[in-house]
Design a binder for this molecule. Structure first.
Ligand code: ATP
Ligand code: MG
Length: 452
């Protein structure tokens, strides 16, 4: 409490002057900073520019988390940055910045911006339509979203420049918006989702004034372009704390009507277990440094909805594959409209879903064909998830996993064994009445052979 008062007085007295926090206080070990980001700062500084590592990387380094990537902020314009590096390109039309490329690592280098100043164009709700006006370091700090994201690390002096008490907030794991919360959320409603994500990631809290307007302004998210929402949702779901994010979204009243996907995730009766399993697994993967396939993630999150509709259509007497196709189409039509799931992900999601009924058919000819499908491995992982949720038999799911991991010779053995166990093969037969087809069916992956 006392600390908060001292901080507040300090904020007022310093007005405009940043704190320069030494390494002994912020605790960043220079060896954990990308040498390429250091290089970019050094080159720019040698040419008389200001240059700092900024944003998420500084936040994560202070919090003891390994940063995903390193960004640099500078007072040099993109045209001044580009010629200083051998491999650099100017990107972005609206928000122009420079990608400085070092092998696989790209250092995103942006010029200080001044946003929120008068004369900036906004939509009727106050949403900023452009933020491409160059400014000073102080302007740049003020246009950032949260105090803990407005920190600038100087690799030369090893100081962190802090205009908004971000280091103190970070040490207290407090997410505090810079400026007037109402205005800042209206400028960019995505900041509400970001507040939740950072609080979850830090296992911290959203400061009361920052939290307070969220419930009332949540509907502004509807005005955000779908592609941005998709990127932000993906970040939220793959930050390693998705379960916690989802729990917090619910707490903040951000779970209803925000996105159809969230409605599905959070409000589906009976679907919770599947979603929970998906998010738990995703979190575990992220935390152990493994990659996440967005297609797999979205296929999992939407599966309950697909499955429910599929079962309903099946009950009306339609054959399995056309019924599944109808269910998939209707779910995707609803979701992709608002969320703009990218086409390449949608293609993979379909492959994963349409392979599910094909697992039921374990005659050698079908199995060998299925093994050749490019999405076989993902579909097989998906089957494990369904087994964990109690939707399919776990011995059956494990058989497919073993098959996926086996050599061709071992696979032949497994199929041989299976043909000698008629009861196992019979267990594959779904409860519903099957129609037998003799004709070879199409093999385009969308209408798999013989699965009906
Ligand atoms: P992470 O990459 O771990 O998700 P990040 O903080 O790096 O977190 P980015 O989206 O990469 O997030 O943004 C980089 C920086 O740009 C942020 O740290 C913040 O300073 C600023 N920023 C990003 N989005 C916004 C926004 N919507 N409003 C204001 N500033 C933002
Ligand atoms: Mg980042």
């Amino acid at each position: 409490m006392l600390k908060q008062i001292v901080d507040r007085v300090d904020r007022i007295l310093r007005r405009g002057k940043p704190r320069r926090i030494p390494a002994s206080e912020h605790g960043i070990d220079r060896r954990n900073v990308s040498r390429h980001a250091i290089k970019v700062c050094e080159v720019l500084q040698q040419h008389g520019f200001q240059a700092y590592v900024v944003g998420g990387a500084v936040r994560d380094l202070i919090a003891g988390v390994e940063p995903k990537d390193f960004d640099v902020a500078t007072d040099a314009t993109p045209e001044q940055v580009k010629p200083l590096f051998r491999r650099a390109r100017i990107i972005g039309r609206r928000f122009r910045l420079v990608h400085v490329v070092f092998g696989a690592e790209v250092i995103e280098t942006s010029t200080f911006r001044a946003a929120g100043s008068s004369g900036q164009s906004t939509d009727a709700h106050g949403r900023l339509l452009q933020d491409n006006v160059f400014g000073s370091l102080q302007d740049d700090a003020a246009r950032r979203d949260f105090t803990l994201n407005a920190l600038y690390y100087d690799p030369h002096t090893e100081e962190v420049i802090d205009y908004h008490h971000g280091v103190a907030d970070l040490k207290q794991r407090t997410v505090r918006i810079i400026g007037d919360p109402q205005v800042r959320y209206r400028e960019d409603p995505v900041r509400m989702l970001r507040a939740v994500r950072f609080a979850a990631k830090l296992n911290g809290t959203i400061e009361p004034a920052t939290r307070e307007p969220i419930a009332a302004l949540a509907s502004l998210i509807e005005n955000v372009p779908a592609s941005r929402l998709f990127d932000e949702m993906l970040k939220l779901l793959t930050c390693g704390h998705a379960m916690d994010c989802v729990r917090r979204l619910r707490q903040h009243g951000l779970h209803h009507g925000l996105l159809p996907l969230l409605d599905v995730i959070l409000e589906q009766p009976g679907g919770e277990r599947f979603v929970e399993l998906t998010l738990e697994r995703t979190d575990a993967r992220v935390r152990s440094g493994k990659s996440i396939s967005p297609a797999f993630l979205f296929a999992s999150l939407l599966w309950q909805q697909v499955n429910q509709r599929w079962q309903t259509i099946l009950a009306q007497g339609q054959p399995a594959i056309p019924a599944l196709a109808e269910a998939v189409d209707s779910v995707l039509a609803e979701q992709t409209d608002k969320l703009a799931i990218q086409k390449r992900f949608v293609t993979d999601m379909r492959d994963i879903w349409f392979m599910q009924p094909r697992f039921e058919k374990r005659s050698p000819r079908f199995v060998w064909r299925l093994l050749e499908q490019p999405r076989f491995r993902a579909a097989c992982d998906f089957l494990q998830l369904r087994a964990a949720a109690g939707e399919v038999d776990s011995v059956f799911a494990q058989w497919w996993m073993d098959l996926a991991d086996a050599s061709d010779a071992e696979r032949a053995h497994m199929l041989d064994d299976l043909s000698r166990q008629p009861e196992a093969a019979a267990a594959d037969a779904p409860k519903r009445r099957r129609r037998r087809r003799r004709k070879p069916a199409p093999t385009d992956g969308q209408a798999p052979a013989g699965a009906a």
